[in-house]
Write a protein that binds this ligand. Sequence first.
Ligand code: ADP
Length: 407
Amino acid sequence: MKILVINTGSSSIKYKLFHLPQEREISSGIVERIGEAGSKISFSMESVNGNIIEDTVEEDFEDHRSGLKKIAEILFRKEYQLLNSPEDIQAVGHRVVHGGETFQEPVIIDNKVVQQIEKLIPLAPLHNPPNLEGIRVAREVFPSASQVAVFDTAFHQSLPPYAYHYAIPSSFHKEHGIRVYGMHGTSHQYVAQQAAKYLKKDVETVNFITIHLGNGCSMTAISNGKSVDTSMGFSPLSGLMMGTRSGDIDPAVVFYMGNQMNMSLEEINQLLNKKSGLKGLTGSNDLRDIIKWQEKGDETASLVLDMYIYRIKKYIGAYYAALGKLDAIVFTAGVGENSPLIREKACQGLEALGIQVDKDKNQQHKSGVAASRIREIQADDSLVKIMVVPTNEELSIAQQTYQVLDK
Ligand code: ADP
């Protein structure tokens, strides 16, 4: 079955085309700057003779509809011999950021599901509207395909009530849905399943702390395959320090900024979401820059790295306590997969908890094909395994789409 996975942002559409159950990726690409000057599509695919075709085409994409139509046009080009007609795509899997308390698992999209996702817009005003637009357009462009929604929040719906309630009057939860939801669920779930498979264990018998360090960063405590706590909360703003988000901050800072500094709510929102974290502190949200500056003796960079690492370490301690027993710590995403420094420092000093990195194993496979494989990096006498597991949210969405339709 050919499954197209779509991740629609406010001005972009990322796509990947898979063949399931073989899990073969056939093509991938991104339409960027939709509705802005300089919009373009970049894509790659395997040609009939096995060569990789890569191209970028600059074109005016005034809306998501024109972007998705272009993706379809490229996938159906005769010269690539990938697909013959829109019917060749049997399903479209959509990444939907917020499923609220309504969606605990992926669903086949019908008009009722669209209405339910619309109702959740207040919880994710920046993300659910473009996700919905992607669904609407995909239903038009691929009318014969089943459309499936896979939610970023769904995996965390297993949090126990004592972990997901905030200590504010319960009417805020009941009437307005204010509680912990957590994000990056698809990635945490995927790497946990992959790690369990690698360890030859049933995921429902093992406890993990999964650490997703990309531009957005989050950690999850996973008990017997279920998320029991996670560092993002009502929104992606809480928890770890991130590329541009502050992570945990005393909410009184917000009142101070408003009352004493006359900042508007929107200015504070922009500050904490877009101009904080690594970017706000150093000017760059690329951790590689900050590591480079620190190596050259830059004191700010050194402090910022310490802050970034300390936050991760605190959550390891917290989640170890929440789980009681820990089988493995799993690092994933851009930083987690590629930065030996962050992995080593985040686990440093935790030997008494049975957590110890092997420096050599941690340094191996920094790049190349081997870097995309699952590997263990703990010392021989570390009681807890420490693993690097590449995430693949799109493949996970394709797998979940396939499973829903297979039922
Ligand atoms: P996104 O959340 O956008 O999907 P990624 O998972 O691709 O993000 O991660 C992006 C981050 O990964 C960037 O901050 C980048 O600096 C970081 N990164 C990539 N490679 C390395 C590396 N070798 N060392 C440190 N950080 C890295």
